[in-house]
Write a protein that binds this ligand. Structure first.
Ligand code: GDP
Ligand code: CA
Length: 337
Protein backbone atom coordinates (compact mmCIF):
# COMPACT_ATOMS: atom_id res chain seq x y z
CA UNK A 1 0.00 0.00 0.00
CA UNK A 2 1.30 3.37 -1.03
CA UNK A 3 -1.60 5.77 -0.50
CA UNK A 4 -3.59 5.98 2.72
CA UNK A 5 -6.41 8.48 3.16
CA UNK A 6 -7.82 9.38 6.57
CA UNK A 7 -11.04 11.36 7.16
CA UNK A 8 -10.24 13.25 10.34
CA UNK A 9 -11.63 15.55 12.99
CA UNK A 10 -9.37 17.24 15.54
CA UNK A 11 -7.99 15.52 18.60
CA UNK A 12 -9.06 11.91 18.01
CA UNK A 13 -8.05 12.02 14.36
CA UNK A 14 -4.75 13.77 15.05
CA UNK A 15 -3.70 11.28 17.72
CA UNK A 16 -4.60 8.42 15.43
CA UNK A 17 -2.58 9.98 12.61
CA UNK A 18 0.45 10.27 14.89
CA UNK A 19 0.28 6.54 15.56
CA UNK A 20 -0.43 5.68 11.94
CA UNK A 21 2.58 7.67 10.76
CA UNK A 22 4.72 6.10 13.46
CA UNK A 23 3.59 2.72 12.15
CA UNK A 24 4.40 3.70 8.55
CA UNK A 25 7.89 5.02 9.24
CA UNK A 26 8.82 2.08 11.48
CA UNK A 27 7.51 -0.40 8.90
CA UNK A 28 5.04 -1.94 11.33
CA UNK A 29 1.92 -1.82 9.20
CA UNK A 30 1.27 -5.01 7.24
CA UNK A 31 1.54 -4.46 3.50
CA UNK A 32 2.26 -0.73 3.86
CA UNK A 33 5.41 0.72 2.28
CA UNK A 34 7.60 2.65 4.72
CA UNK A 35 7.41 5.61 2.33
CA UNK A 36 3.63 5.41 1.99
CA UNK A 37 1.84 8.72 1.63
CA UNK A 38 -0.90 9.76 3.99
CA UNK A 39 -3.58 12.21 2.89
CA UNK A 40 -5.74 13.72 5.60
CA UNK A 41 -9.17 15.05 4.66
CA UNK A 42 -10.06 17.22 7.64
CA UNK A 43 -13.37 18.48 8.91
CA UNK A 44 -13.88 22.23 8.52
CA UNK A 45 -17.43 22.49 9.88
CA UNK A 46 -16.07 23.54 13.31
CA UNK A 47 -14.48 26.62 11.74
CA UNK A 48 -15.45 30.02 13.01
CA UNK A 49 -14.69 33.71 12.69
CA UNK A 50 -13.63 35.25 15.97
CA UNK A 51 -12.28 38.79 16.51
CA UNK A 52 -12.07 39.10 12.74
CA UNK A 53 -9.91 35.98 12.42
CA UNK A 54 -10.70 32.74 10.63
CA UNK A 55 -10.05 29.85 12.99
CA UNK A 56 -10.00 26.23 11.77
CA UNK A 57 -9.76 24.09 14.91
CA UNK A 58 -9.54 20.65 13.31
CA UNK A 59 -7.07 21.62 10.57
CA UNK A 60 -4.89 23.30 13.19
CA UNK A 61 -5.07 20.43 15.66
CA UNK A 62 -3.92 17.99 12.97
CA UNK A 63 -1.23 20.38 11.72
CA UNK A 64 0.15 21.26 15.16
CA UNK A 65 -0.03 17.66 16.40
CA UNK A 66 1.83 16.16 13.45
CA UNK A 67 4.25 19.12 13.32
CA UNK A 68 4.99 18.77 17.06
CA UNK A 69 3.67 22.23 17.85
CA UNK A 70 0.63 21.12 19.83
CA UNK A 71 0.13 21.66 23.54
CA UNK A 72 0.12 18.01 24.58
CA UNK A 73 -1.92 18.51 27.78
CA UNK A 74 -4.72 20.57 26.26
CA UNK A 75 -4.68 18.68 22.96
CA UNK A 76 -5.34 21.91 21.03
CA UNK A 77 -3.45 25.11 20.41
CA UNK A 78 0.28 25.78 20.65
CA UNK A 79 2.71 24.52 23.24
CA UNK A 80 4.41 27.14 25.45
CA UNK A 81 1.44 29.39 24.79
CA UNK A 82 0.83 32.79 26.39
CA UNK A 83 -2.52 34.60 26.58
CA UNK A 84 -1.79 38.33 26.61
CA UNK A 85 -3.97 39.12 23.60
CA UNK A 86 -6.91 37.25 25.12
CA UNK A 87 -6.48 39.17 28.38
CA UNK A 88 -6.27 42.49 26.54
CA UNK A 89 -9.41 41.73 24.53
CA UNK A 90 -11.23 40.80 27.74
CA UNK A 91 -10.07 44.10 29.29
CA UNK A 92 -11.87 45.87 26.44
CA UNK A 93 -14.96 43.80 27.25
CA UNK A 94 -14.98 42.39 23.73
CA UNK A 95 -17.02 39.22 23.19
CA UNK A 96 -16.58 36.34 22.90
CA UNK A 97 -14.38 35.84 25.94
CA UNK A 98 -14.93 32.07 26.07
CA UNK A 99 -12.94 31.15 22.98
CA UNK A 100 -9.27 30.60 23.76
CA UNK A 101 -6.92 32.30 21.31
CA UNK A 102 -3.32 32.07 22.43
CA UNK A 103 -0.71 34.57 21.28
CA UNK A 104 1.29 32.06 19.24
CA UNK A 105 -1.83 30.52 17.78
CA UNK A 106 -3.07 33.96 16.69
CA UNK A 107 -0.17 34.21 14.25
CA UNK A 108 -1.58 31.19 12.38
CA UNK A 109 -5.02 32.79 12.23
CA UNK A 110 -3.55 36.11 11.07
CA UNK A 111 -1.69 34.43 8.21
CA UNK A 112 -4.80 32.44 7.27
CA UNK A 113 -7.13 35.43 7.41
CA UNK A 114 -4.80 37.63 5.38
CA UNK A 115 -4.46 34.99 2.69
CA UNK A 116 -8.24 34.45 2.58
CA UNK A 117 -8.74 38.22 2.33
CA UNK A 118 -6.26 38.25 -0.56
CA UNK A 119 -8.43 35.71 -2.37
CA UNK A 120 -6.67 32.40 -1.72
CA UNK A 121 -8.99 29.45 -1.06
CA UNK A 122 -8.68 27.65 2.29
CA UNK A 123 -6.98 24.68 0.60
CA UNK A 124 -4.12 26.88 -0.62
CA UNK A 125 -3.90 28.64 2.72
CA UNK A 126 -3.66 25.25 4.44
CA UNK A 127 -0.94 24.16 2.05
CA UNK A 128 1.01 27.33 2.87
CA UNK A 129 0.65 26.79 6.63
CA UNK A 130 1.69 23.15 6.27
CA UNK A 131 4.90 24.20 4.56
CA UNK A 132 6.00 25.28 8.02
CA UNK A 133 4.51 22.43 10.05
CA UNK A 134 4.41 19.27 7.94
CA UNK A 135 6.91 19.57 5.08
CA UNK A 136 10.03 19.73 7.31
CA UNK A 137 8.94 16.60 9.19
CA UNK A 138 7.31 14.45 6.50
CA UNK A 139 8.37 15.95 3.17
CA UNK A 140 5.69 14.98 0.68
CA UNK A 141 4.61 12.10 2.93
CA UNK A 142 1.64 13.90 4.50
CA UNK A 143 -0.92 16.12 2.78
CA UNK A 144 -3.59 17.97 4.73
CA UNK A 145 -6.73 18.85 2.78
CA UNK A 146 -9.74 20.79 4.05
CA UNK A 147 -12.92 18.83 3.20
CA UNK A 148 -14.16 21.90 1.32
CA UNK A 149 -13.11 25.47 0.54
CA UNK A 150 -16.68 26.60 1.14
CA UNK A 151 -18.03 28.00 4.39
CA UNK A 152 -19.75 25.19 6.28
CA UNK A 153 -20.73 25.56 9.96
CA UNK A 154 -22.16 23.11 12.42
CA UNK A 155 -24.86 24.66 14.59
CA UNK A 156 -26.52 23.01 17.57
CA UNK A 157 -30.12 23.58 18.68
CA UNK A 158 -30.55 23.73 22.45
CA UNK A 159 -33.59 24.32 24.65
CA UNK A 160 -34.22 27.99 25.53
CA UNK A 161 -37.37 28.71 27.54
CA UNK A 162 -36.96 32.48 26.87
CA UNK A 163 -37.25 32.05 23.11
CA UNK A 164 -40.73 31.96 21.45
CA UNK A 165 -39.80 28.69 19.72
CA UNK A 166 -38.45 27.24 22.96
CA UNK A 167 -35.15 26.72 21.19
CA UNK A 168 -31.98 28.56 20.40
CA UNK A 169 -29.30 27.73 17.89
CA UNK A 170 -25.63 28.20 18.76
CA UNK A 171 -22.44 27.65 16.79
CA UNK A 172 -20.88 24.28 17.52
CA UNK A 173 -17.92 25.98 19.23
CA UNK A 174 -20.26 27.84 21.57
CA UNK A 175 -21.98 24.55 22.42
CA UNK A 176 -18.70 22.81 23.04
CA UNK A 177 -16.45 25.50 24.51
CA UNK A 178 -18.85 27.88 26.31
CA UNK A 179 -21.61 25.44 27.25
CA UNK A 180 -19.17 22.49 27.61
CA UNK A 181 -21.78 20.28 25.91
CA UNK A 182 -23.59 20.15 29.24
CA UNK A 183 -27.05 20.95 27.88
CA UNK A 184 -28.79 18.41 25.64
CA UNK A 185 -28.35 18.94 21.91
CA UNK A 186 -31.83 18.78 20.38
CA UNK A 187 -30.62 18.88 16.80
CA UNK A 188 -27.48 19.38 14.74
CA UNK A 189 -27.69 21.53 11.63
CA UNK A 190 -24.71 21.85 9.32
CA UNK A 191 -25.20 25.14 7.52
CA UNK A 192 -23.91 25.18 3.94
CA UNK A 193 -23.09 21.48 3.80
CA UNK A 194 -25.54 20.51 1.05
CA UNK A 195 -24.15 23.17 -1.26
CA UNK A 196 -20.47 22.59 -0.49
CA UNK A 197 -18.01 21.44 -3.13
CA UNK A 198 -15.30 18.97 -2.08
CA UNK A 199 -11.93 20.69 -1.69
CA UNK A 200 -9.31 20.20 -4.41
CA UNK A 201 -7.88 16.68 -4.19
CA UNK A 202 -10.50 15.35 -1.76
CA UNK A 203 -12.39 13.07 -4.14
CA UNK A 204 -9.17 11.87 -5.81
CA UNK A 205 -7.68 11.11 -2.39
CA UNK A 206 -10.54 8.69 -1.77
CA UNK A 207 -10.78 7.31 -5.28
CA UNK A 208 -7.04 6.74 -5.76
CA UNK A 209 -6.32 5.46 -2.24
CA UNK A 210 -5.09 1.96 -1.43
CA UNK A 211 -6.76 2.25 1.98
CA UNK A 212 -9.25 4.66 3.52
CA UNK A 213 -9.48 4.99 7.29
CA UNK A 214 -12.20 6.51 9.45
CA UNK A 215 -10.20 7.14 12.63
CA UNK A 216 -11.79 7.35 16.08
CA UNK A 217 -13.16 10.83 15.34
CA UNK A 218 -16.57 12.20 16.26
CA UNK A 219 -19.06 10.33 14.02
CA UNK A 220 -21.45 13.28 13.82
CA UNK A 221 -19.58 16.58 13.84
CA UNK A 222 -16.25 15.37 12.39
CA UNK A 223 -16.61 12.31 10.14
CA UNK A 224 -20.36 12.94 9.71
CA UNK A 225 -19.79 16.37 8.21
CA UNK A 226 -17.02 15.12 5.89
CA UNK A 227 -19.34 12.36 4.66
CA UNK A 228 -22.02 14.99 4.17
CA UNK A 229 -19.99 16.98 1.63
CA UNK A 230 -21.64 16.17 -1.70
CA UNK A 231 -19.84 13.37 -3.61
CA UNK A 232 -17.67 12.27 -0.66
CA UNK A 233 -19.95 9.45 0.44
CA UNK A 234 -20.36 8.35 -3.19
CA UNK A 235 -16.58 8.32 -3.61
CA UNK A 236 -16.24 6.07 -0.54
CA UNK A 237 -18.92 3.72 -1.83
CA UNK A 238 -17.19 3.52 -5.21
CA UNK A 239 -13.49 3.38 -4.28
CA UNK A 240 -11.48 0.23 -4.99
CA UNK A 241 -9.71 0.73 -1.65
CA UNK A 242 -10.88 -1.03 1.49
CA UNK A 243 -12.50 1.36 3.97
CA UNK A 244 -11.95 0.64 7.66
CA UNK A 245 -13.10 2.45 10.78
CA UNK A 246 -12.16 2.53 14.48
CA UNK A 247 -14.72 3.22 17.19
CA UNK A 248 -14.51 6.50 19.12
CA UNK A 249 -17.02 5.01 21.57
CA UNK A 250 -15.49 2.73 24.18
CA UNK A 251 -17.58 1.10 26.88
CA UNK A 252 -20.70 3.04 25.90
CA UNK A 253 -19.29 6.57 25.91
CA UNK A 254 -16.71 8.77 24.21
CA UNK A 255 -13.15 8.75 25.44
CA UNK A 256 -12.93 12.56 25.24
CA UNK A 257 -15.24 15.17 23.80
CA UNK A 258 -18.99 15.05 23.25
CA UNK A 259 -19.71 12.25 20.79
CA UNK A 260 -22.31 10.89 23.21
CA UNK A 261 -24.35 14.12 23.10
CA UNK A 262 -24.03 14.38 19.33
CA UNK A 263 -25.02 10.75 18.66
CA UNK A 264 -28.01 11.11 20.98
CA UNK A 265 -29.14 14.23 19.10
CA UNK A 266 -29.24 12.34 15.80
CA UNK A 267 -30.84 9.24 17.34
CA UNK A 268 -27.88 6.86 17.01
CA UNK A 269 -27.23 4.36 19.81
CA UNK A 270 -24.19 5.43 21.84
CA UNK A 271 -22.17 2.24 21.52
CA UNK A 272 -19.32 0.90 19.43
CA UNK A 273 -21.77 -1.31 17.52
CA UNK A 274 -24.23 1.56 17.16
CA UNK A 275 -21.64 3.77 15.47
CA UNK A 276 -20.33 0.96 13.24
CA UNK A 277 -23.82 0.07 12.05
CA UNK A 278 -24.61 3.78 11.63
CA UNK A 279 -21.71 4.03 9.15
CA UNK A 280 -22.85 0.68 7.78
CA UNK A 281 -21.24 -2.05 5.68
CA UNK A 282 -20.47 -1.16 2.09
CA UNK A 283 -22.03 -4.47 1.17
CA UNK A 284 -25.29 -3.14 2.68
CA UNK A 285 -25.33 0.43 1.37
CA UNK A 286 -22.96 1.92 3.97
CA UNK A 287 -19.34 3.05 3.72
CA UNK A 288 -17.26 0.51 5.67
CA UNK A 289 -15.55 -2.82 4.94
CA UNK A 290 -14.39 -3.30 8.51
CA UNK A 291 -14.93 -1.91 12.02
CA UNK A 292 -12.73 -2.14 15.09
CA UNK A 293 -14.21 -1.94 18.56
CA UNK A 294 -12.37 -1.88 21.87
CA UNK A 295 -11.80 -5.08 23.82
CA UNK A 296 -14.29 -3.95 26.47
CA UNK A 297 -16.93 -4.02 23.72
CA UNK A 298 -16.05 -7.54 22.51
CA UNK A 299 -19.64 -8.64 23.21
CA UNK A 300 -20.81 -6.32 20.41
CA UNK A 301 -18.71 -7.90 17.65
CA UNK A 302 -21.39 -10.43 16.76
CA UNK A 303 -24.03 -7.75 16.34
CA UNK A 304 -21.78 -5.83 13.95
CA UNK A 305 -20.83 -8.87 11.87
CA UNK A 306 -24.53 -9.78 11.86
CA UNK A 307 -25.06 -6.47 10.04
CA UNK A 308 -22.66 -7.67 7.33
CA UNK A 309 -19.72 -5.65 8.67
CA UNK A 310 -16.49 -7.53 9.49
CA UNK A 311 -15.50 -6.58 13.04
CA UNK A 312 -12.82 -7.31 15.63
CA UNK A 313 -12.24 -6.27 19.22
CA UNK A 314 -8.73 -4.97 19.99
CA UNK A 315 -7.33 -2.40 22.45
CA UNK A 316 -8.42 1.01 21.14
CA UNK A 317 -7.00 3.40 23.73
CA UNK A 318 -4.49 5.77 22.11
CA UNK A 319 -2.23 5.91 25.15
CA UNK A 320 0.97 6.38 23.11
CA UNK A 321 2.20 6.14 19.51
CA UNK A 322 3.05 2.44 19.83
CA UNK A 323 -0.42 1.50 21.07
CA UNK A 324 -1.95 3.67 18.34
CA UNK A 325 0.27 2.16 15.62
CA UNK A 326 -0.93 -1.26 16.78
CA UNK A 327 -4.52 -0.07 16.30
CA UNK A 328 -3.69 1.05 12.76
CA UNK A 329 -2.05 -2.34 12.07
CA UNK A 330 -5.13 -4.19 13.36
CA UNK A 331 -7.38 -2.03 11.18
CA UNK A 332 -5.32 -2.86 8.10
CA UNK A 333 -5.24 -6.58 8.94
CA UNK A 334 -9.01 -6.62 9.25
CA UNK A 335 -9.57 -5.43 5.68
CA UNK A 336 -6.42 -6.77 3.98
CA UNK A 337 -7.28 -8.78 0.93
P1 GDP B 1 -12.31 16.77 17.90
O1 GDP B 1 -12.57 17.40 16.56
O2 GDP B 1 -11.19 17.42 18.65
O3 GDP B 1 -13.54 16.51 18.69
O4 GDP B 1 -11.69 15.37 17.57
P2 GDP B 1 -12.19 14.13 16.73
O5 GDP B 1 -13.56 14.29 16.20
O6 GDP B 1 -11.12 13.75 15.78
O7 GDP B 1 -12.14 13.02 17.85
C1 GDP B 1 -12.96 13.01 18.96
C2 GDP B 1 -13.26 11.58 19.30
O8 GDP B 1 -12.06 10.89 19.59
C3 GDP B 1 -14.13 11.44 20.52
O9 GDP B 1 -15.38 10.92 20.14
C4 GDP B 1 -13.37 10.49 21.41
O10 GDP B 1 -14.20 9.49 21.98
C5 GDP B 1 -12.36 9.86 20.50
N1 GDP B 1 -11.15 9.48 21.19
C6 GDP B 1 -10.28 10.28 21.85
N2 GDP B 1 -9.28 9.54 22.39
C7 GDP B 1 -9.54 8.25 22.08
C8 GDP B 1 -8.88 6.99 22.34
O11 GDP B 1 -7.84 6.92 22.99
N3 GDP B 1 -9.47 5.87 21.83
C9 GDP B 1 -10.62 5.90 21.11
N4 GDP B 1 -11.11 4.74 20.65
N5 GDP B 1 -11.26 7.05 20.85
C10 GDP B 1 -10.72 8.21 21.31
CA1 CA C 1 -13.56 19.23 15.86
Amino acid sequence: MQNITVLSGGMGGARFLQGLLHGVTTGRLPGVADDARVTVVANTADDLWVHGLKVCPDLDTVMYTLGDGIDPERGWGRRDETWSTKDELAAYGVEPTWFGLGDRDIATHLVRTQMLDAGYPLSQVTEALCRRWLAPVFGAGVTLLPMTDDRVETHVAIADPDSPSGRRVVHFQEYWVRLRAQVPAEAVVVVGLDDATPGPGVIDAITDADLVVLPPSNPVVSVGTILGVPRVREALVATQAPVVGLSPIVGGTHVRGMAEQMLTSIGVEVSAAGVGLHYGARSAGGVLDGWLVDEVDADQVERVTGGGLPCRAVPLMMTDVDATAAMAAAAIELVAR
